[in-house]
Design a protein. Sequence first.
Length: 64
Amino acid sequence: MVILSGFINLIYGTILFFLNLFQEITFYEYYIWLLWIVAGLISFDIARAEFDNIISFFLEILNI
């Protein structure tokens, strides 16, 4: 679920950023879209770290 949320945030923020790049946007809108993209990247990073921890946990159980 976190991976899906991060993916949606990343795609949505990137699309909005590039669509509005050619229009006149305010200073705050620009940073809102950049924060949206960063939130998607952070969600991906957290999900990847949790997934790696889960895999290593099960591998440790199997080795015992």
